[in-house]
Design a protein around this ligand. Structure first.
Ligand code: 6R9
Length: 626
């Protein structure tokens, strides 16, 4: 171990499982399917699978074929007959710090059953799509699990997206039902979710019903035929009684989740009951050493994959206690998170570098006011963590003794792909090694493995249970996006390096995905929001490095003939993006330009714009349109 190069942090002897972990790693490398079958056998199945992995129609891989289960059976039902029945499944704290709710596995079952009964009575069944547009309140979890329990497919939309974005996603999924709230609390103010839903539904004919959870209590307009208050529905006889968990084929769809890609409209990543369940259960268990007495806090929103896999499903599959906080890290003061950790005895904090950088800026005095000694592990996700933030997180929050699990993965992968184990020596900024059973490579343009230390395209070599099965309604784009550059290997869309110790260092996206404060957005979405403004002829959006947000959005705009560029118009365009796509997508800067650099085939050369915006050499412009 002493041979590891660079800055290395050796594990606390309390995590004395290194030999076990490495034995498991070796066994999984020798027989990945055997490894996954053994993990799947730790969970409950109505009917065992016939085959662990079916490669016959690759890259449309199938896992645990012939098996029957339901992720809710494993998240809730099986815990009800054992010692976990009265264990806390969820601790929730509202933004005001006063509202608090706790749910044991028993009471979580009651809530999920109630919601399942209601949506079933509305005609939602196996395979139907349900859009969930809710803030971080317990009902978002109930709604996801209620859908899964019935075999319905949930499509959770981050409650920071605006009407156009919501409408696109509702229409694309042909949802019959939308579950939302009157509003959400954002730094003491109200974000009017129901108004946004009303706007979105003007063009979404598939939606028959809207369930509205009362959260903010401000006045909203209710359509008497379409909209229903959740608290009214729960009082009806339809809400009562048992609701059986639907047995699902392992390959049946659990959810779709829209995410940004390189071009065009967002794509819906499709995940299934069986493989996703086994993958999220296993990765959380081994990477974060989940123990019965833990209080696990994943700060992500359920609107993103991290919330799906490691706030909702992974912890419940492990019988853990999951903590959810409605608010953000700095309201009303930047000690909010530290206060919650102390008060609730959080043992594991899994968050994003952007939040760490933000909190770090407020100095050590805020965390130092609190006793953070309950923490035993920390985690990072969403973007590369810079060494400065890593050290602060490690020293000030983790008091030098909590290992940091830097987990690299994606909406598409469903579960961690490159991550350490708590017993492994850590290198700040590196996610460590591929998870058990996985192999990764760094390739050059031609598909050759590059030398250690060199940058190249990150690919995954082995199929894994929680992999996306396809893009909903777009098999061709699935093959094209992930499997065509290097046949047989999954193209992640990130550039990375591998060092001589076999540790991977992810650098960033190679496509037009922009990570802003850990939120995944695409150049194309920002551009289409801009061109929907009457003054804009053409637009190009790029991500530029930003100290706190990781990336900030910078746009170049060509105005229609005769329209004068003014600071007022720039401000109006920024607002336009905020209203039509999301406040998180609001550009930091707008550059008016006469013309966008394009290739001869008409593709915008964002590389050139990036260089121009940063005052760098614009590089090889030979393919530029003359
Ligand atoms: C889980 C999630 C995926 C993209 C991914 C990469 C970046 C995520 C990272 C990381 C470096 C990490 N990313 N985790 N980069 N280190 N630990 O974030 O999913 O929203 O789909 O984004 O995020 O660029 O390709 P998603």
């Amino acid at each position: 171990m002493s041979t590891l190069s660079g800055e290395v942090f050796y594990p606390d002897p309390a995590f004395a499982t290194h030999a076990d972990d490495e034995a498991l790693r070796a066994a999984a490398a020798a027989d990945p399917e055997g490894f996954w079958a053994a993990r799947a056998a730790e969970l409950g199945w109505y009917k065992p699978w016939d085959k662990v992995l079916d490669r016959s129609n690759a890259p449309f891989f199938k896992w645990f074929t012939g098996g029957s289960t339901n992720i809710v059976y494993n998240c809730i039902d099986r815990h009800l007959t054992g010692p976990y029945k009265n264990k806390l499944a969820l601790i929730w704290v509202g933004e005001n710090g006063v509202d608090q709710q706790t749910y044991s596995y028993f009471s979580l079952n009651r809530e999920v059953t109630r919601m399942a009964n209601i949506i079933k009575a509305m005609g939602v069944g196996k395979g139907d799509k349900v859009t969930i547009y809710l803030p971080r309140i317990p009902e978002v979890i109930f709604a996801m699990l209620a859908c899964a329990k019935l075999g319905a497919v949930h499509s959770v939309i981050f409650a920071g997206f605006s009407a156009d974005a919501l409408q696109d996603r509702i229409s694309d999924s042909e949802s019959k039902l939308v579950i939302t709230a009157d509003g959400s609390w954002v730094n003491g103010g109200i974000f009017k979710l129901k108004d946004i839903v009303d706007e979105a539904l003007r063009f979404s004919p598939s939606v028959e019903n809207v369930i509205v959870v009362k959260r903010t209590g401000h006045e909203v307009v209710m359509d008497p035929l379409r909209d229903h208050w959740y608290h009214d529905l729960t009082a009806l006889p339809i809400a009562k009684g048992n609701c059986p968990t639907e047995p699902m084929d392992a390959e049946d769809t659990l959810f779709i989740l829209y995410t940004s890609g390189s071009t065009g409209k967002p794509k819906a990543i499709l995940h299934t009951h069986g493989g996703y369940m086994v993958g999220t259960y296993t990765t959380l268990k081994y990477t974060f050493d989940i123990r019965d007495e833990d209080r696990w806090w994943c700060t992500a929103d359920p609107g993103w994959i991290t919330g799906h896999s490691y706030l909702v499903y992974g912890p419940l599959l492990n019988g853990a206690t999951s903590f959810m906080f409605e608010g953000g890290p700095t309201y009303p003061y930047p000690n909010r998170w530290w206060q919650l950790i102390e008060y609730h005895g959080i043992t594991t904090l899994y968050t994003a570098p952007t939040a760490i950088r933000l909190l770090m800026r407020f100095g050590d005095a805020w965390p130092n006011r609190h006793d953070l000694s309950s923490l035993r592990l920390l985690g990072s996700v969403g973007e590369p963590i810079n060494p400065e933030a890593w050290h602060w997180f490690h020293q000030v929050i983790g008091r030098g003794k909590c290992p940091i699990m830097d987990t690299w993965w994606q909406t598409e992968t469903g579960m961690f792909q490159i991550c350490p184990t708590p017993s492994m020596p850590l290198k700040p900024g590196s996610g460590g090694k591929p998870f058990f059973g996985q192999e990764a490579e760094i390739l050059d343009e031609q598909g050759n493995v590059v030398a250690d230390g060199e940058e190249g395209f990150l690919v995954l070599k082995n199929p894994w249970p929680a992999m996306l099965r396809t893009l909903y309604n777009d098999d061709a784009r699935y093959v094209q996006t992930y499997w065509s550059k290097y046949p047989g290997k999954y193209l992640a869309g990130d550039s990375a390096r591998r060092d001589a110790d076999g540790y991977f260092w992810v650098i960033g996206r190679t496509d037009d995905v922009i990570k802003v404060s850990g939120h995944r957005l695409g150049s194309a979405e920002v551009e289409s929001a801009l061109v929907s403004h009457p003054a804009v002829a053409e637009a190009a959006a790029i991500g530029l490095p930003h100290d706190i947000k990781g990336n900030s959005i910078h746009v170049f705009v060509v105005l229609k003939m005769g329209i004068e560029p003014t600071p007022l118009l720039a401000e109006e365009l920024r607002k336009h993006v905020s209203i039509h796509l999301s406040p998180i997508a609001k550009p930091d800067a707008i550059d008016f330009t006469e013309k966008l650099p394009k290739t001869r085939s008409g593709k915008i050369m964002r590389r050139v714009l990036k260089a121009r915006a940063q005052g760098l050499d614009e590089g090889d412009l030979t393919t530029l349109e003359s």
